[in-house]
Ligand binder design. Structure first.
Ligand code: B12
Length: 358
């Protein structure tokens, strides 16, 4: 049995230790050159990289790992400003070479072969980015948006960046009073604000604490709309929404359940960390027409796949939707998993539900 499949912290720790040691052996002098903080980060990154690689292997989707490699390389260009791009690129490639060497003895040969494909594709991606320059597609650019709301997004971001909690708290309610519909407030403003906050954090323009503050404040600010959201007469349908496993990104799913409530559904938002059997129990008890499962970090995709299998066998007839950022790299996988629908945003799911659930 390979260590890779045992979630024993000690053994994983030991594997990461070997990877770090290997990386320092490959680049003499690196250990002393790196600030203490960077050494810690590098070690933590081995843990992350292993978890992404594990998802890629389990789902046989190398794209999951390649995207992670690209994301990390781009992130490090903002973080490692004390080294040249050449040095940073070499360190990144050495990192994945060290991973590959240490995994050879850990994994069964078939898995190692796939891991090696993922790692080599990742290294090629780094080489390409080094040659061609960063080509980051920002989440805000990716989202089709109504230009007319850009000013509003910028205004709200300015409010939260100057930490004006009081004004932020009234902001969305005021937009509604001025005539903006709830869908647009959620999808054209709040969603875009959150994507922008993610970019600012990524580019080191705001701190982790600021990012947390902006998220918490925005979550509270949208709750000012609840008297409107809950004013729609019920249409007799029920849906349940939750995040998979240890997924902490809950706001997307919360927005989905709010918007379902607004069109008359009885929506139960369960947040993150719901155990599998507790979810099955509540589905049996409430008999919803639809369950929506959200995944942002690809590490939780396998759990999502297993959850669908479990729901299918224990609650036949239930409509199952999946979505969230993690599916961007594997947008067709939901069909293999026997889910009923995947959409890239809340609006798409509500339209589908209104047509397909009578
Ligand atoms: C806020 C935030 C957090 C908060 C979340 C708090 C909360 N209560 O939700 C906290 C601080 C906890 C957090 C932590 C982390 N985060 Co974060 N986070 C974000 C941020 C800035 C916004 C997320 C958000 O609220 N988006 C707004 C919602 C409305 O959008 P959405 O989630 O995409 O949902 C919509 C659609 O996807 C879809 N959808 C979603 N679910 C479903 C389900 C169904 C069924 C359907 C049909 C549709 C659907 O509909 C939704 C509404 O339209 C994003 C940036 C981004 N681009 O999203 C980073 C981001 C997701 N985080 C990121 C990272 C790296 C992390 C951390 C690893 C950071 C760290 N070093 O600690 C941790 C991991 C935590 C974990 N274990 O899960 C990265 C992920 C990169 C990657 N490799 O994939 C991002 C993209 C930031 C970035 N620019 O790089 N984060």
């Amino acid at each position: 049995m390979s260590l890779f499949y045992i979630d024993e912290a000690d053994e994983l720790n030991e594997l990461v230790q070997r990877m770090s040691k290997r990386q320092y052996e490959q680049s003499p002098g690196l250990y002393d050159e790196l600030p203490e903080r960077a050494r810690k980060f590098m070690k933590r990154d081995f843990f992350y990289a292993i978890s992404y690689l594990k998802s890629a292997i389990d789902l046989k989707q190398s794209q999951i790992f390649v995207s992670y490699v690209r994301w990390t390389y781009e992130y490090l260009t903002y973080l490692m400003v004390y080294v040249t791009r050449e040095q940073m690129t070499k360190q990144c490639i050495d990192f994945y070479v060290a991973m590959s060497v240490c995994l050879e003895d850990e994994l069964p040969s078939e898995d190692y072969e796939f891991a090696e494909t993922c790692i080599q594709q990742g290294i090629q991606e780094i080489e390409r980015l080094f040659k061609e320059g960063l080509q980051r597609i920002k989440a805000t650019e990716n989202q089709e948006s109504k230009e007319k709301y850009n000013q509003i997004v910028a205004e709200y971001i300015a409010i939260i960046l100057r930490k004006d909690s009081k004004e932020a708290m009234q902001y969305f309610l005021k937009l509604h009073q001025d005539g903006m519909n709830i869908d647009d407030i959620y999808l054209e403003v709040v969603q875009k604000v959150m994507y922008k906050i993610g970019e600012l954090w990524f580019e080191k323009k705001i701190s982790v604490a600021q990012e947390h503050y902006c998220t918490a404040l925005t979550q509270t600010a949208i709750s000012q709309l609840y008297s409107i959201i809950f004013s729609t007469p019920p249409n007799g349908h029920t849906m349940i929404g939750c995040c998979i496993g240890g997924e902490l990104h809950e706001l997307g799913m919360r927005m989905i359940t709010d918007l379902f409530t607004y069109v008359g559904w009885n929506s139960l938002f369960l947040g993150a960390g719901i155990p599998e059997d507790a979810l099955i129990n509540i589905v049996k008890e409430q008999k919803p027409d639809l369950i929506a499962l959200s995944v942002t970090m690809p590490q939780h995709l396998v759990l999502c796949k297993n959850m669908i299998k479990e729901l299918r066998s224990k609650t036949p007839g239930l409509k199952i939707a999946v979505g969230g950022k993690a599916f961007e790299d594997v947008p067709a996988i939901w069909r293999e998993w026997n889910a009923d629908i995947y959409t890239t945003d809340a609006r798409g799911l509500i339209q589908w539900a209104q047509t397909n659930i009578s």
